[in-house]
Design a protein around this ligand. Structure first.
Ligand code: 4UU
Length: 520
């Protein structure tokens, strides 16, 4: 077996809950400094206010029976109070499942049911979707903003009570703290069980190659419902004593103004935003001279874009790599590991193998194979799905990432392709199996297969192949609108005679991918 170890060595594990870790960061500096500020509304929280709100909500949730043993769903865009809800629930010993606020009611309902949530926390803008999602379920709704009472929901403020003095005890290694959804290497989205240990250690692992300094600010437009926003933005920045300007959705001018006004040093983003920074004329109109580091993750970033950003902004542009199932960070670039196009070196306490899928053997040095990862940030498993867990976790605690990778003699890793089914649209996951299931619900579609096709920006578009009785492509707009968030809608639909399948009935996506698109 060829095992690659982190050049940063091991990391001492600290017995803290994720909220206790964040409280350490809040205590670094003036308690009256602003640590969260909403880029649109200007609402803000100081370190002292955030800690008080978290303790008050944790107290109220515990009193109401939504503390230890409960699962709480959050359906909200990034906003300061998102942090209060996540950590209030975590401090009270609950499990939190984070839902994409652009989901349709059926998508929300599915995650609520699958996760076993008992309380849904949302915002007024998503209340209609939330209510449609819970129809027929016994699921109370709490609204973060506004009173919500007129609609049968309760205001979140009604759940604030006497502050909880200490973390409700949970087993840091086995209690499920967070339950974000990911399709992993195959099939439908599944709840990824992450412990306090997973999330705390990953913050400390990421801070070694990518240090964050007390008092500094960055912009959090990467959504907190996704693990990148949750760990790297929310938990890493706050744990380091730093702060966030939260953006409910990406807006270039607001982003540039925030970087300029707060003299931000570092920005974490995804490739489509990297491209905008490299090319958009608006960038010239702002003073971004404080910006020294730009980190891209969640999908591949070409070295041309990396170079363009470095040259235009006079900063270091580099990549990190992660996966929901790894809390998420396993690799990051840093001094000595800045090879163009690479994802950098293993973070501390993390080991990797490069396994050739065809043989199951470790690749020869420099060769390509599937990236396998082992470390304290690797998930506990998939919620309620031991079969998927067994498929993803190889013997010895190795997580199969489904990504084709190689490592050079210096320990810099590169990702070459995705072996798994996953499509990445603007860095968000689209599970082909989920879109296929929705297409098959259409009365005129007999069979369907879905793929990602890279467009000229390097982002992926969702492309569908359908078999219909008359060989015509049906109008799918209304069908998809009711069932799928927009970013999952097929950008192109082709009619085909048959979907290529293996003898066992598995869709042969590579055959489809390699065949020229009919009519394209
Ligand atoms: C090529 O996207 C993520 C997590 C991303 C992340 C988080 C913190 C990156 C850097 C960081 O610091 O999670 P998921 O679960 O949504 O998607 C995981 C998949 C990977 O398996 C891989 O296929 O997203 C793809 N991916 C990348 N691909 C993630 N990062 C990269 C990358 N290059 N840098």
């Amino acid at each position: 077996m060829t095992v690659y170890e982190s050049p940063h060595g091991q990391l001492e594990l600290r017995d803290l809950s994720v909220t206790e870790r964040v409280f350490e960061g809040l205590a670094l500096g003036d308690p009256d400094r602003i640590v969260l500020s909403d880029a649109v509304t200007g609402d803000s929280l100081t370190a002292a206010e955030l800690e008080a709100d978290i303790r008050a909500l944790a107290g109220g949730l515990s009193e109401a029976g939504w503390g230890a043993g409960a699962t709480i769903a959050i359906l909200a865009p990034n906003m300061p109070a998102y942090v209060t809800v996540f950590h209030g629930a975590a401090f009270a010993g609950a499990t939190i499942t984070t839902i994409n606020p652009s989901y349709t009611a059926p998508e929300v309902a599915h995650q609520l049911q699958d996760s076993g949530a008992q309380l849904l926390v949302t915002v007024s803008a998503a209340l209609e979707t939330a209510q449609a999602a819970v129809s027929g379920m016994d699921m109370p709704i709490a609204v973060i903003d506004g009173d919500g009472e007129a609609n049968g929901a309760m205001p979140l403020s009604s759940l604030m009570s006497a502050p909880l003095a200490a973390q409700v005890p949970v087993d840091l290694d086995t209690h499920v703290l967070a339950l974000p959804y990911s399709s992993g290497t195959t099939g439908l989205p599944k709840g990824v069980m992450l412990s306090h240990r997973n999330l705390v250690v990953n913050v400390d692992q990421a801070l070694v190659p990518v240090p964050v300094y007390p008092g500094e600010m960055t912009v959090a437009f990467l959504p907190f419902f996704h693990i990148y926003g949750l760990t790297v933005m929310m938990n890493m920045y706050l744990s380091a004593g730093a702060g966030l300007v939260t953006m409910p959705r990406f807006d270039l001018e607001t982003l540039l103004r925030a970087i300029q006004d707060h003299k931000m040093r570092m920005l974490c983003l995804v490739p489509p935003v990297a491209l905008v920074l490299a090319k958009h004329p608006l960038v010239e109109e702002f003073d971004l001279s404080a910006l020294k580091v730009v980190i891209s993750g969640a999908a591949p970033l070409g070295s041309a874009t990396t170079d363009a950003i470095s040259t235009r902004l006079g900063c270091t542009a580099m990549q990190a790599y992660g996966m929901t199932e790894m809390s998420p960070v396993s690799h990051a670039c840093c001094d000595g590991y800045l090879k163009p196009g690479s994802i950098g070196a293993l973070v501390p306490g993390t080991a990797a193998r490069i396994v050739v899928p065809e043989t199951g053997q470790d690749a020869a040095p420099g060769g390509k194979g599937e990236l396998w990862i082992k470390g304290p940030q690797v998930m506990l498993g998939y919620h309620g799905n031991p079969a998927a867990t067994a498929e993803t976790m190889a013997e010895g605690g190795w997580l199969r990432t489904g990504d084709l990778a190689s490592v050079d003699e210096n320990g810099s890793f590169a990702i070459h392709d995705r072996l798994k089914e996953l499509i990445k649209m603007h860095g968000f996951q689209v599970a082909p199996a989920e879109v296929e299931a929705v297409l098959l619900e259409h009365p005129n579609i007999q069979d369907a297969a879905v793929l990602g096709r890279a467009d000229d920006t390097g982002d992926e578009a969702v492309v569908a192949y359908v078999v219909t009785g008359d060989g015509q492509v049906p109008d799918l707009a209304a069908h998809c609108e009711a069932r799928l968030a927009h970013y999952k809608h097929p950008a192109k639909v082709y009619s085909v005679d048959a979907i290529p399948k293996s003898a066992s009935g598995k869709i042969l996506r590579r055959v489809l991918r390699d065949a020229a698109a009919p009519g394209a």
